[in-house]
Design a protein around this ligand. Structure first.
Ligand SMILES: Cc1cc2nc3c(=O)[nH]c(=O)nc-3n(C[C@H](O)[C@H](O)[C@H](O)COP(=O)(O)OP(=O)(O)OC[C@H]3O[C@@H](n4cnc5c(N)ncnc54)[C@H](O)[C@@H]3O)c2cc1C
Length: 446
């Protein structure tokens, strides 16, 4: 049976990030992905001259993912969606109102009253000076409620928090994570990537190949179990059962998506994975991405005010997403934790937002792609679990040599930031453990 120091299960951002530093540290690394096309939710899809991400994707300039990509040598470029544009708010009666995006606009805004202007100005102006760490046990909803009493200002603050975190029920997300995300959104901001998020996947694949990672695509991992010959706590004797036959590994990084998949693959060897899976509260959205031949006429950024809707024009903000003269626009509908919406109702809400902003869009659209109830992150940092620091992994208690990585893992970042950061952390631990395992008479800490 082929043996590797590290086997990485999953070739999304978390797995691709994990593979390269482990290989650079001297480990032999094999990465397996069930699909022939790697990248997971960071893939991009070309159609009729448009390039669609898996829903609207923005990379936080000040986030962990950007820093990890820099360390791996990726050269990414992109556009700022907020540069030079007036954002709009969508009111309950479908009216659009210009939103204050800068201090001058805040003073001029007719939608907000004086008290609201003062409250929102104070909150946003002081956000960078807030230390998020002590807020791990506080929900974002109560943190905002403590600071803002004016109703309109509270709605606007909650809306900005929702767009930055993808979480629309602010009572379910810890303020350490949400405030950090707001600081990044309002500070260094985000980029829509030239060439889509495929540019991340391509860069990570190049880095992995250059580091000597053995990449097996179209190979599904069915189970990960301790090898029959290994003693408890023994240095890394994992059997990885795959659709292409068994593999052996000193250490395994599970980066196949969420905790439910991790549990289904390795739950017999690590029962805690089942507990993590049961405790997870995923963040989901439905989205509609539309490619149009002409320029988007007005309102390139629209925030639903008190309504979980969002619109943003991605092409031509980022190069390569729309053909010359065309535009690619994404609209999104967030879900509350446990909210059950009908796919058709989500679709109708998204269509309705586009109807408001650009009547007749359907007749002109070159491509329409609908994503129903997609998982943006497989868990959220919650105040009841101690916020970011309460998220599980990358170590798996009771299973030495087994690690997890993904957007539900580790103490840093949300979304792709968590995936990249936990991937890098898992890589360091797996490479160290594999090196320790290779020493004569070595046993892993249980
Ligand atoms: C609509 C939408 C919008 C988003 N917007 C943003 C955004 O603006 N900013 C941001 O930072 N993040 C955003 N995200 C989140 C981001 O895409 C994810 O956090 C990130 O891509 C997750 O990477 P991952 O590697 O953890 O998981 P995945 O991308 O899910 O990768 C898992 C991989 O494992 C493979 N796999 C699964 N099972 C097996 C198996 N049994 N054997 C082998 N391989 C297997 C899959 O094929 C897949 O390639 C968004 C996500 C969505 C859906």
């Amino acid at each position: 049976m082929e043996h590797d120091d590290v086997v990485v299960v999953g070739g999304g951002i978390a797995g691709l990030v994990a593979a390269t530093p482990a290989a650079r540290a001297g480990a032999t690394v094999r990465l397996l992905d069930a699909r022939r096309a790697p990248g997971g939710r960071a893939r991009s899809h070309g159609e009729r001259g448009f390039l669609f991400n898996e829903g609207p994707h923005a990379l936080y300039r000040g986030g962990e993912a950007q820093a990890v990509f820099d360390r791996l040598g990726l050269d990414l470029s992109g556009g700022d969606p907020n540069k030079g544009v007036v954002a709009h708010g969508l009111l309950a009666d479908d009216r659009l109102v210009p939103l204050p995006g800068a201090p001058v606009a805040l003073l001029r805004s007719r939608w907000l009253g004086v008290r609201a202007k003062v409250a929102i100005g104070r909150l946003l102006g002081g956000i960078t000076r807030v230390d998020p760490a002590p807020l791990a046990g506080v929900s974002m909803a109560s943190w905002l409620d403590d600071r803002i009493t004016d109703r309109d200002a509270r709605v606007l603050a909650g809306t900005i928090s929702r767009v930055a975190t993808y979480v629309c029920d602010a009572e379910s997300v810890s303020a350490d994570a949400a405030v950090t995300q707001l600081q990044r959104a309002l500070g260094t901001g985000v980029r829509y990537l030239d060439g889509g998020w495929a540019s991340i996947v391509d860069g990570l694949l190049d880095a992995a190949r250059a580091a000597g990672v053995n990449i097996e695509l179209g190979t599904s991992v069915e189970a990960v179990a301790t090898s029959p010959t290994s003693a408890p706590g023994d240095a890394g004797r994992w059997t990885v059962s795959t659709s292409a036959g068994p593999r052996s590994a000193s250490t395994v990084v599970l980066a196949a998506g969420g905790p439910a998949l991790a549990a289904s693959i390795a739950g017999d060897a690590a029962p805690v994975l089942h507990q993590w899976s049961e405790a997870a509260v995923p963040i989901t959205v439905s989205h509609l991405d539309v490619g149009l031949p002409g320029r988007w006429p007005a309102a390139p950024v629209v925030f639903g005010l008190g309504r979980p809707l969002y619109l943003s024009v991605h092409g031509p903000v980022a190069a390569g997403l729309a053909p010359a003269g065309g535009s690619l626009v994404s609209v999104m509908r967030n879900h509350r934790a446990g909210e059950t919406t009908d796919h058709a109702d989500d679709r109708a809400e998204l269509d309705g937002l586009l109807d408001t902003v650009r009547p007749g869009w359907r007749d002109d659209a070159s491509v329409i792609r609908f994503g129903a109830r997609r998982v943006v992150a497989h868990d959220r940092p919650m105040p009841s679990r101690g916020g970011l620091a309460g998220r599980p992994g990358p170590e798996v208690p009771g299973a030495p040599g087994l690690y997890v990585a993904g957007d539900w893992v580790g103490p840093r970042g949300l979304l792709a930031d968590a995936a990249a950061s936990s991937g890098e952390a898992a890589a360091a631990r797996a490479a160290d453990a594999a090196a320790a395992a290779a020493r004569p008479g070595a046993r892993m800490a249980p």
